[in-house]
Design a protein around this ligand. Structure first.
Ligand code: PMP
Length: 293
C-alpha cells in the first residue's frame, strides 16, 4: 500500500520512478496532464478527464501513444497496485526524450506517466469558514499566446500568481485575464451567486474548463437555480452574495474574503453550502457521476 507510479507500461514504487533529464516535459514543459480523484476505489469522472487530456494533447500536436481504453485500464491497474481507495491520480503525457533544442520531432516516443498517491486537502476549518483570496497582479496567459484550455505541463503563469498569494498569506489567488475580466484561480474555477442565479466566466475568458466546474453547473440546475456563463469583473465578485471556487482537489469551497473585503455576510452562504453537500453526496454515494468512465 502506498504511492505507485506507472511509466510506459511498467508499475513501480515511487522511489524507483525516474525519467530522463532529456525528456522535453522536464526541459520545456512540453506535455499535458490531468489531476483526477478516486473516491472509495472509484475513479471520478474518468471519461471527462480522458476527453480533456486527449483534447489538450491534440491542441499541442502530441499523439497520446495509447488508446483511451488502454489508458483507462492502466490508471485502474496503477490504482489497484497502490491499494489506495481514496487517491489523487496524476496522468502526464510528455513529448518524450529528445535532445537539447525545442524541435518536437527530436522526440520519437511520447511517454505516459501515471502517479497514484494521496492528496493534500484544505483544512476542514476552511470548509466551515471559507477561504480568503487576493487578486494577483499576474494576468492569466492570453488565449492567443497559450490557451489555458490546454492543461499543459507549463504552469509558471499560475505559479507566479501562487507566489503572490504565499507572500500575502492566502491559499488561493484570483487571476484576471488580459482584458481585466475575471478568469479563474491558480488551480480552481470561480463562481458568484446573486439571488437565484449562479454565474461563472465562459471558456473564452481564458480558463481551464474544470471537470468539477461542469459537475457543479449540473448540480446548480438540479438545485433549481439558474446557471450562466458570463464575463465577470471584480465588481461582480465584490458585490456578490456568495463566491465559491471548484476544483478536483478543493471540490467546492466558499470564498469569504477577496482582497481584504468580506464577501456577502463574510460566512459561507446557503447556496455554496447546499452545492458542497450535493457534491459530497455525489462522490460518496457512488451515484452516476462517480462511476468509472
Ligand atoms: N483551473 C486551473 C488552472 C486548474 O489547474 C484546475 C485544476 N486542474 C482547475 C481550474 C479546476 O479543474 P478541475 O475541476 O478539472 O480540477
Amino acid at each position: 500500500m502506498g504511492r505507485k507510479v506507472y511509466i510506459d507500461g511498467k508499475i513501480m514504487d515511487d522511489t524507483e520512478a525516474k525519467i530522463s533529464v532529456f525528456d522535453h516535459c522536464f526541459l520545456y514543459g512540453d506535455g499535458v496532464f490531468e489531476g483526477i480523484r478516486a473516491y472509495s476505489g472509484r475513479v471520478f469522472k474518468l471519461g471527462e478527464h480522458l476527453e480533456r487530456l486527449f483534447r489538450s494533447a491534440k491542441a499541442i500536436s502530441l499523439e497520446v501513444p495509447m488508446s483511451r481504453e488502454d489508458l483507462a485500464a492502466a490508471i485502474d491497474k496503477t490504482l489497484q497496485a497502490s491499494g489506495l481507495r481514496d487517491a489523487y491520480i496524476r496522468v502526464v503525457v510528455s513529448r518524450g526524450v529528445g535532445d537539447l533544442g525545442l524541435d518536437p520531432r527530436k522526440c520519437p516516443k511520447p511517454s505516459v506517466v501515471i502517479i497514484v498517491g494521496t492528496i493534500e486537502l484544505y483544512p476542514e476549518e476552511l470548509y466551515e469558514n471559507g477561504l480568503a483570496i487576493i487578486t494577483a497582479s499576474t494576468r492569466r496567459t492570453p488565449p492567443d499566446a497559450l490557451n489555458p484550455r490546454i492543461k499543459s505541463c507549463n504552469y509558471l503563469n499560475n505559479i507566479l500568481a501562487k507566489i503572490e498569494g504565499i507572500r500575502a498569506g492566502v491559499m488561493e489567488v484570483l487571476m484576471l485575464n488580459q482584458w481585466g475580466r475575471v478568469a479563474e484561480c491558480t488551480g480552481d474555477n470561480v463562481f458568484r451567486v446573486s439571488g437565484r442565479v449562479v454565474e461563472t466566466p465562459p471558456p473564452e475568458a481564458g480558463i481551464l474548463e474544470g471537470i468539477t466546474r461542469g459537475v457543479v453547473m449540473e448540480l446548480v440546475r438540479d438545485a433549481g437555480l439558474a446557471v450562466r456563463e458570463r464575463d465577470l469583473t471584480l465588481y461582480d465578485l465584490y458585490s456578490a452574495e456568495e463566491v465559491f471556487i471548484t476544483g478536483t482537489a478543493a471540490e467546492v469551497i466558499a470564498v469569504t474574503k477577496i482582497d481584504g473585503r468580506p464577501v456577502g455576510s463574510g460566512k459561507p452562504g446557503p447556496v455554496t453550502s447546499d452545492l458542497r453537500a450535493r457534491f459530497r453526496k455525489l462522490v460518496t454515494s457512488g451515484g452516476p457521476g462517480a462511476k468509472t468512465g
